[in-house]
Design a binder for this molecule. Structure first.
Ligand code: FEO
Length: 397
């Protein structure tokens, strides 16, 4: 598919409706994705990013419908990750002398992936590339989300090619933000931020402020995944500023694993206590062993507090509970409260282990957690309800 964004700009990417797992099996993509590649024509022609390697042949065949490859003057590699650079080996084999514009770190990641000595041209923030009447201005964006990441801005058309930033894993043939289901777009946008960009939130704010200070008009933001922001593109920039600033809605997430339903019953009683104390708080419960971890991370991202539950097993915690704590550790959530709970039969280490892990992960742990011996008794359930009320009050204080 070739899709004219403007008379001089074509989308030449790939819509991947089938994709259900990204980054290996690390990120669930319930709605597929797109790999966006853009062809910009002026007196000179630039190709901005490519697609994931398995689609390289299809990409080049498609590209040839729009342009003879020898008419491409510049290749812009905003980011070396293979979902955007994967077609470069096949493409560059056909146009080996065409310069590849990227950051210094981009030369390392591209060489590291493909071990090819392409005609690299290193660019820095503020460097420009003339296409004729228009030019591309490069903006390095290190750690958004790789050291090599950069964006580029096309003058006159006022388009920011933002690469991964402002993207979503959302397959669509419609390609514009105003044409897709808005709830789906929001869900995929916040999931993308929560799971990929959270660790870099301070840099997100800094980079956005740096770009806004340039006072460049932006008519469209063209990311490398999902829709093009043409209707009020500033809306996603403002969302990013909110999400990057210790984002939380009025929500508490209760995430637990359970062996014989005792810890599940504790979770439900705790939720009952939270609701009794403050009906305005949204409480969501997830059995971590049965939930999509990226969707759960998104719910935690949206929460003021997270309660993690596991029974004790072999002096430790259940593996699904351990896995979500590991995921939370890497993301570095800011300004969130937390507590632990769980059943035990004899030794009962789980709540201490979870509490310590939460502290290590930067959560403000509210208390020592709550335990219940064997299958929770009526008294134990009432204690959990009280625990939930106390948590709700502490979260609101
Ligand atoms: Fe979409 Fe970092 O690659």
């Amino acid at each position: 598919m070739v899709f004219a964004i403007k008379e001089n700009i074509s989308w030449v990417g790939k819509v991947d409706w089938e994709l259900r797992a990204f980054h290996g099996n690390e990120y669930s993509t319930h709605r597929g994705t797109t790999y966006n590649s853009y062809l910009v024509r002026d007196e000179k022609t630039a190709l901005i990013d490519t697609v994931w390697g398995p689609f390289a042949g299809e990409f080049i065949q498609n590209l040839k419908k729009d342009i003879s490859l020898d008419k491409i003057d510049f290749v812009i590699a905003n980011h070396g990750e293979t979902d955007h650079s994967g077609a470069l080996p096949e493409l560059m084999a056909q146009i080996p002398d065409v310069p590849v514009y990227c950051t210094r770190k981009g030369t390392e990641s591209l060489a590291g992936h493909y071990h090819q000595d392409w005609n690299f041209h290193v660019v820095k923030t503020g460097d420009t590339l003339s296409l004729g009447a228009k030019e591309l201005i490069f903006v390095e964006a290190p750690m958004l989300h790789w050291p090599d990441s950069m964006m580029c801005y096309l003058t006159s058309d006022n388009i920011l090619f933002s690469n991964d930033a402002f993207g979503q894993h959302l397959a669509t043939e419609l390609l514009y933000n105003d044409l897709v289901d808005q709830a789906e777009l929001y869900e995929e946008g916040i999931k993308y931020y929560a799971n990929i960009l959270t660790p870099f939130s301070k840099l997100v704010i800094k980079k956005i402020k740096e770009v806004l200070a340039l006072n460049l008009p932006v008519d469209m933001i063209c990311p490398s995944h999902g829709v093009i922001w043409r209707d009020n593109p500033r809306q996603i920039v403002e969302r990013y500023l909110q999400w990057a600033d210790a984002y939380a809605e009025n929500q508490i997430t209760v995430a637990y694993d359970t062996m014989w339903n005792g810890t599940r019953r504790m979770a439900e009683a705790i939720a009952q206590g939270i609701e009794a104390a403050d009906a305005g708080i949204t409480v969501k419960l997830f059995n971590v062993a049965r939930s999509d971890k990226n969707d759960l991370i998104t719910e935690i991202f949206k929460s003021k507090a997270v309660l993690i539950g596991s029974p004790t097993i072999n002096k430790g915690i259940l593996s699904a509970a351990a896995a979500i704590l590991e995921e939370m550790d890497g993301l570095g959530f800011q300004n969130k409260k937390a507590a632990a709970f769980g059943c035990y039969g004899w030794s009962g280490e789980a709540t201490t282990i979870i509490s310590e892990r939460l502290k290590e992960d930067g959560f403000q742990v509210l208390n020592d957690g709550i335990m219940a011996k064997w299958n929770p008794s009526r008294d134990a359930i009432e204690n959990c309800v009280r625990f939930g009320k106390d948590v709700a009050l502490a979260v609101q204080s």
